[in-house]
Design a protein around this ligand. Structure first.
Ligand SMILES: [Zn+2]
Length: 87
């Protein structure tokens, strides 16, 4: 029994199994998230959010393994959301 691995399409690093905080919009949902701090998607996100919204935040690439839906996971700091890693 091996769990499927997910590679981030932006940096080719293995994505981490992650559980959304109960109080978040995703209410405990399991996702796979790229927590690579060098990931181009995440690195560019800081500049993009700053330019577009004047916000000091970014987002990480994530996928819902049940639905296959991909989307950005917003983060306010590099360590934001890391406590949810469960792999
Ligand atoms: Zn990545």
């Amino acid at each position: 029994m091996t769990e499927q691995e997910y590679l981030c399409p932006h940096c080719d690093q293995k994505m981490r199994k992650w559980q959304a905080p109960e109080e978040s919009n995703w209410g405990g949902e399991i996702k796979y998230v790229c927590f690579n701090d060098e990931c181009g998607y995440y690195v560019r996100g800081w500049a993009w959010m700053d330019e577009k919204y004047g916000q000091k935040s970014s987002y990480r690439h994530s996928i819902n393994p049940e639905t296959g839906a991909v989307g950005p996971l917003p983060v306010a700091t590099p360590d934001h959301m890391k406590p949810g890693i469960i792999d």
